[in-house]
Design a protein around this ligand. Structure first.
Ligand code: 5GP
Length: 191
């Protein structure tokens, strides 16, 4: 049986890039594919980017306890499919890349089961560093930037609830730290 790794971190911290690198280098890892009710964007394939469901299908699965966690963003539902994750875990370790709220819900949902998730927070070197990075992108209005920075504070204020925090100052170093954590946790469960 594999280990379940839940990776969170504020937007702009580089967690998507880190997860991509991990997946490329470790073929024994599976990335969980979420379900959503939003429409596919150009280039997105069903079962790869997301499992695209109708609202009816999503609600049916939700009522059947088919999600480890779910949430609504921008008027659409998103959820982590329980059966997909548990099935993958039979042969591989699985990575969930989800926000703090989702991560804590997953931990709660699995309490008392044989799956004990390892929660990893990707953090910026400092809040100021991330704030500078986000404002330099220049893609957000003042108001959006303020909301994002509040969100950053909220996410980072939960780091004590995580098993590990990895600071992404240098991408290569952060990747190596993550790989070491994954190897350590995988081997703990082998014996
Ligand atoms: P997008 O539609 O841009 O792909 O994602 C919108 C938001 O949904 C993002 O904040 C993303 O993190 C969140 N999201 C994606 N999958 C899941 C999921 O399985 N569970 C939860 N709670 N949020 C998700």
């Amino acid at each position: 049986m594999g280990t379940l790794f839940v990776i969170s971190g504020p937007s702009g911290v580089g967690k998507g890039t880190l997860v991509k690198l991990l997946m490329r280098e470790d073929k024994e890892l599976a990335l969980s594919v979420s379900c959503t009710t939003r429409n596919p964007r150009a280039g997105e394939k069903d079962g790869e980017s997301y499992f695209f469901l109708s609202r009816e299908e999503f609600c049916k699965r939700k009522d059947e306890d088919g999600f480890l966690e779910w949430d609504e963003h921008f008027g659409n539902f998103y959820g982590t499919p329980k059966s997909f994750v548990l099935e993958q875990l039979k042969t591989k370790s699985v990575i969930l890349e989800i926000d703090v709220k989702g991560a804590l819900q997953v931990k709660q949902a699995l309490k008392g089961s044989s799956v004990s998730p390892v929660l990893i927070m990707i953090a910026p070197p400092s809040e100021e560093a991330l704030a500078t990075r986000l404002s330099r992108r220049g893609s957000e209005s003042e108001e959006e930037l303020k909301t994002r920075l509040e969100r950053v504070k909220y996410e980072l204020s939960n780091r004590d609830r995580y098993d590990y925090t990895v600071v992404n100052d240098d991408l290569g170093e952060a990747k190596e730290t993550l790989q070491k954590i994954i190897e350590t946790e995988k081997s703990k469960r082998r014996f």
